[in-house]
Design a protein around this ligand. Structure first.
Ligand SMILES: [Fe+2]
Length: 391
């Protein structure tokens, strides 16, 4: 932990005491910034950064691309990005497949004057025309700090990281738990080498303050479902919602998953499968937290082990598109289910919160194949699948 803290501090300018801030605690020494700048929602023409702050401040991103330093300092509403819990800065107009140097600058707007500059860091935009891509997936980390630190240590750099749901454990009983869980999980700087594509799990929308999560997490669409190309891979991120009916008493009237599932079915039909970038993709993958298939679909459990609620709405359009594999978590059991006549798409599941259950999934797609491996923290490959190009 201490080594990781030093590693991060070593890249920062100023006394940026970030890592190790426990949920709900005051940041040590009244520091203004409480997380690294988290690279989120990677696109071919941009990206978005979010970072945790402890009092009212403003901030921006400075980008260096060889021709000088550009400042991205607007929030879409005619203001410099401001906030007292999180700052968000969206970057547009960038070139695909390009590496940029950047730093985040934060200035206090009340109380003691402070200005914090992060160290200079790098990110790369997605490249839809690349001949290959590599991605990684985490599932069901549930805010287990040891697991998050090990995953961060073992998971390689990649074009993107899908954090595929159930990042939370304590169901957001207080909003102060959100930034430390999502923006510096386990005290890590987890997007330093792999920008985050967040996928909502059922736990990520739970609790009194689950509705605040979108304040902290950016997606390319501003919604919990979106699609993008990275090289030969077409990726669709879907939100399977809760794992019980919306009117289940434990939800206390807070949940409206069914309408969201229906909206995604329409979106898939109208926007995704008609988009040439998705029609032509050699490989087609869906990332969603709750699996769409399970090994035992007859047993009725107290919560959904697979989201039949989602599959009933999405199956036909996903088959029409030609999805090859659904990558999920939720069950905490490494599982692979091959395609068959009834379900012409495979299902891969991997990851769990405890160190012995934890896993990361590596995906590599190139001209020959898409290969997926579920890797345990021991280095063991626990499951693997491969797919030929769809076309
Ligand atoms: Fe879950």
């Amino acid at each position: 932990m201490e080594a990781k803290r030093r590693e991060f501090l070593g890249t920062a300018i100023g006394s940026l005491a970030v890592c190790g801030v426990a949920r709900g605690e005051e940041t040590p020494n009244g520091e203004l910034v409480a997380s690294p700048p988290v690279a989120m929602a990677p696109r071919s023409d941009g990206i978005e950064f979010g970072w945790s702050v402890t009092r009212l401040c403003r901030g921006w991103i400075e980008l260096e691309d060889g021709s000088g330093v550009r400042r991205f300092a607007r929030d879409g509403w005619g203001l410099v990005p401001q906030g007292d819990k999180v700052l968000r800065v969206r970057l547009d107009g960038l070139e695909p497949g390009t590496t940029y140097r950047y730093r985040a600058v934060t200035e206090s707007m009340e109380g003691e004057k402070q200005r914090i500059e992060s160290g200079w860091r790098e990110f790369q935009t997605l490249d839809p025309s690349a001949s290959s891509t590599r991605f990684v997936v985490w599932n069901d980390t549930h805010d287990f700090s040891d697991t998050l630190r090990e995953l961060d240590r073992k998971t390689p750099a990649a074009d993107f990281l899908v954090w595929n749901g159930d990042a939370d454990q304590n169901k957001w009983r207080e909003e102060a738990a959100i930034p430390s869980t999502l923006l510096s999980p386990g005290g890590t700087d987890f997007t330093a080498q792999r920008p985050l594509a967040f996928s909502w799990g059922n736990h990520d929308a739970r609790g009194t303050y689950g509705f605040r999560v979108p304040d902290y997490i950016a997606t390319p669409s501003g919604r919990p479902f979106y699609a993008f190309r990275s090289g030969p891979l077409a990726a669709v991120v879907l939100d399977t919602g809760e794992d019980k009916a919306d009117d289940h008493p434990s939800f206390k009237g807070r949940v409206a998953s069914e309408a969201l599932r229906r909206e995604q079915a329409e979106w898939l039909r109208k926007e995704v499968i008609k988009n040439p970038a998705f029609q032509d993709a050699p490989y087609r993958v869906v990332f969603c937290h709750i699996p769409l298939r399970w090994t035992d679909e007859e047993t009725v459990y107290s919560f959904d082990h697979f989201s039949k609620r989602s599959r009933d709405l999405w199956h036909d359009v996903l088959v029409e598109w030609g999805v090859q594999v659904i990558v999920s978590g939720h069950t905490h059991r490494i599982t692979k289910i091959d395609a068959n006549d009834e379900f012409p798409y495979a299902q891969l599941i991997g990851g769990g919160p405890q160190l012995d259950l934890a896993a990361w999934i590596e995906g590599v797609a190139d001209k020959k194949s898409l290969r997926l491996k579920v890797r345990k923290l021991t280095g063991e490959t626990a499951a693997e699948m491969a797919f030929a190009p769809a076309r």
